[in-house]
Design a protein around this ligand. Structure first.
Ligand code: FAD
Length: 502
């Protein structure tokens, strides 16, 4: 959609000063990435307001965070100790397919794939022959999660992510960024000044009168979207017709017992609850649709199901799912909640923050051009739409019809891209991974099967083996997974020795 700036000329000024507005997870991850990679070439200033604070949630991650840390040369043990992190091997979904049903989306690979056909085809034939166990029995990460075990393994390691304390993470990244030359300014932004000729942002003004000029501005002001939305007028594409939830309550509790290495997601009548164990406490919350569950019911559902003492009153959050029509406009790049948001069901926001930063570093301009901006926007929007489809899948492919909420999601029209994915899998058992798409075949298959979509056919490659060979193959994979898991220590014991709290 065009904006009033589109006909304006681009200045030829080189980018030497970067101003990051906002110091939540997005702001400090951006400061860390930029200062580590380009701190010697560009000046980096971050402005944040303690008075406004951060959103204060965002504790579950996915394995890609490790790539970001590797780029920055962040040491895992120090990071995990500083953020009280635990290991996350996946997500357990309770009551999503049916009340009383449970499945697991793990970060691991299930079984062994053939170049022609995913393991699911061999498993399907094994089921027909009566020689295959439950699909879950062929995945190391899934079995380890449910038995509360974890260790780093030297060969074919266990694939994992983290649960972390978001406030401690921002603090950790602040120290990191400052050590690479980023400068922090405390203050409330009260004005954003643009140039009438170019539509570029010239400076931001703080409540104490300070004026901070820059060549490139990164909007990390969260849902306020002070620069990209309020100042530059870039519209928000709303996805609430697919993703009904628009509110949440969050509350920390003391930790009941040893932390388990997975997130729990428990479906409710009009939303779902999360449970995220850290080393020092647990994060809990309920995400719900205000059209289907009132605030009092959501709050009491959350408080009534906690298994430990709350550490404070629940905080309420309101949100709208969707994305900016442009992630980068003129000399402003939005990262984090200012750019896009889908609910935390698959813990994808920190990942999208990281993608925004890595893409920005890869496309970092000497002089900003419309071509560079268009390429960046196409990449980010494409990645976000894949994430959106994957999250919608969990709702639509449900057998639940017990409330208006579940009847609505089960019968709604889908994005064409998602409908095609589901149809292909149901008919053929195939999922084809698209380049740069976050979730790979294993994730799609685990969630489709977990939600009750079973493929009608299997690939003829699974018929090449004789029935005894197929039975032996399946048994070997299962025995190997079992042996690996049996050799792992308890997750809590491992953390106490690997990254004890400072
Ligand atoms: P914020 O944390 O809101 O930070 C905004 C910053 O801008 C703050 O520093 C604020 O002070 C500053 N600011 C704003 N206005 C001004 C101003 N006028 N002047 C100066 N500074 C200003 N993500 C995950 O990856 N995993 C999860 O498990 C997860 N769970 C979530 C649960 C819920 C219910 C919600 C709503 C989100 C969740 N998220 C999760 C998303 C997560 O919150 C974000 O990934 C993360 O917190 C990034 O936020 P942010 O930095 O963009 O915004």
């Amino acid at each position: 959609m065009p904006t009033p700036h589109d006909a304006l000329p681009f200045p030829t000024r080189p980018v030497r000063r970067v101003v990051i507005a906002g110091g939540g997870t997005a702001g400090w991850m951006a400061a860390a990435g930029l200062s580590r990679a380009l701190g010697k070439a560009v000046e980096i200033v971050l402005v944040e307001s303690e008075e406004i604070g951060t959103i204060g949630v965002g504790e579950a991650t996915i394995p890609t965070l490790m790539t970001f840390h590797r780029l920055l040369d962040i040491k895992e043990q120090a990071f995990m100790a500083a953020t009280q992190a635990t290991v996350k091997l996946g997500i357990q979904f309770d009551n999503w397919r049916q009340v009383g049903h449970r499945y697991f989306h793990s970060f691991g690979t299930t079984g062994k794939d053939h170049w022609m056909a995913n393991f699911v085809h061999f498993w399907r034939r094994g089921r027909e022959e009566g020689v295959a166990e439950d699909y879950d029995q062929y995945c190391v990460e899934l079995l380890a999660a449910l038995e509360n075990r974890f260790a780093h393994l030297p060969r074919n390691g266990v694939n994992y992510a983290y649960h972390l304390d978001a406030t401690l993470y921002a603090r950790y990244l602040r120290r990191f960024s400052e050590s690479f030359g980023a400068r922090r300014i405390e203050g409330r932004i009260v004005d954003v000044l643009t140039d009438a000729t170019t539509g570029f942002i010239e400076a931001i003004t703080l409540a104490d009168g300070q004026r901070i000029e820059g060549d490139l501005f990164i909007d990390c002001t969260g849902f306020r979207a002070l620069l990209i939305g309020q100042t530059l007028g870039v519209a928000f594409e709303d996805w609430s017709h697919w993703l009904l939830n628009d509110r949440a309550f969050a509350v920390p509790t003391v930790l009941a017992g040893d932390p388990v290495p997975y997130t729990r997601s428990i479906a409710e009548a009009g939303g779902w609850q999360w449970r995220i164990p850290l080393q020092h406490r647990a994060g809990n919350g309920i995400v719900y649709s205000s059209r289907h569950m009132d605030d009092d019911t959501a709050r009491s559902t959350l408080l009534g199901s906690l298994d430990a003492e709350p550490l404070r009153d629940p905080i309420q959050l309101r949100f709208r799912p969707g994305q900016r029509q442009r992630y980068w406009h003129r000399n402003c790049v939005a990262i984090g909640l200012a750019a896009s948001f889908v609910e935390p069901l698959e813990s994808t926001t920190i990942h999208m923050i990281q993608r925004g930063i890595v893409r920005l570093l890869q496309s970092f301009p000497d002089v900003i051009t419309p071509e560079g901006i268009d390429a960046y926007n196409a990449q980010l929007a494409g990645e976000m739409e894949h994430v959106r489809d994957f999250v919608i899948l969990h709702y639509h492919a449900t057998g639940r019809r017990d409330t208006d909420y579940w009847r609505t999601v089960a019968t709604m029209d889908l994005p064409a891209s998602l409908q095609a994915r589901i149809d292909l899998f149901r008919e053929t058992g195939n999922v084809f991974h698209v380049p740069m798409e976050l979730f790979a075949e294993n994730s799609w298959i685990q969630v489709m099967m977990g939600q009750g979509i079973e493929p009608r056919q299997f690939h003829p490659a699974a018929r090449v083996m004789s029935p005894p060979d197929l039975a032996r193959f399946l048994r070997d994979v299962q025995v190997q997974a079992r042996r690996t898991v049996d050799g792992l220590p308890r997750h809590g014991d491992y953390l106490r020795q690997y990254c004890p709290a400072p």
